[in-house]
Design a protein around this ligand. Structure first.
Ligand code: MN3
Length: 224
């Protein structure tokens, strides 16, 4: 497949004043587009790999030919991370909703504590990278990655992520990453985060995020 730049589900100015229009426009049409183009070019000599989605490429990263691994890690990761990031942002976003709200409260002893820990992770990531909320072996975890490394490479399922490359905030916030991270909390699409959580939870044996269920036979019962 030829990888393409996904459209944003909102206007470039939708996230003002928290993330400015110019940053969104350049981030999407220049930075994200460059990851897409470089991924396509890296896969030119690998017809088998061209059939795979970027999720498949990253999930099976270790089985890829050595000479394409770095390109997939950087540009495949860049393409996937940004595609993910755009969906997680929303105009007029509110507080966490649904199951993820309960689980964050329980796990981090309140949403404010979660916010502190997630922000601290985003500030501690030295240089370029991302901070994440992931499901790792059924457990919620706050973590970060360098450059464009995707949590998928480590077998983790991302639920929320913040791009802390300077290109994501420099025009408006310059060196003030902490202000950008604080602003990010005004534009998180918690409905989407919850949807990802519910989907990921259904696909894995969950140790921590739900009470143990003796036998999950009820899952296969028809609903009507
Ligand atoms: Mn970026």
């Amino acid at each position: 497949m030829v990888h393409t730049l996904p459209q944003l589900p909102y206007e470039y100015n939708a996230l003002e004043p928290f993330i400015d229009e110019q940053t969104m426009r350049i981030h999407h049409t220049k930075h994200h587009q460059a990851y897409v183009d470089k991924l396509n070019s890296a896969l030119q000599n690998f017809p088998d790999l061209q059939k795979k989605s970027v999720e498949e490429l990253l999930t099976n990263f270790k089985s890829l030919p050595k000479d394409v691994q770095t390109a997939v890690q950087n540009h495949g990761g860049g393409h996937l991370n940004h595609s993910f990031f755009w969906q997680l942002l929303k105009k007029d976003a509110g507080q966490p909703v649904g199951e993820i709200a309960d689980v964050l409260n329980k796990k981090f002893k309140g949403f404010e504590r979660f916010k502190e820990k997630f922000s601290a992770e985003a500030l501690a990531r030295f240089g370029s990278g991302w901070a994440w909320l992931v499901l790792d072996d059924g457990k919620l975890k706050i973590t970060s990655t360098k450059n464009q490394d995707s949590p998928l490479i480590k077998g983790q399922t991302p639920l929320l992520g913040i791009d802390v490359w300077e290109h994501a905030y420099y025009l408006k916030y310059q060196n003030r990453r902490a202000e950008y991270v604080a602003a990010f909390f005004n534009v998180i699409n918690w409905g989407k985060v919850n949807e990802l959580f519910v989907k990921a939870k259904a696909q894995m044996p969950v140790a921590e995020v739900s009470e143990p269920v003796p036998q999950q036979v009820s899952e296969v019962q028809p609903s009507a």
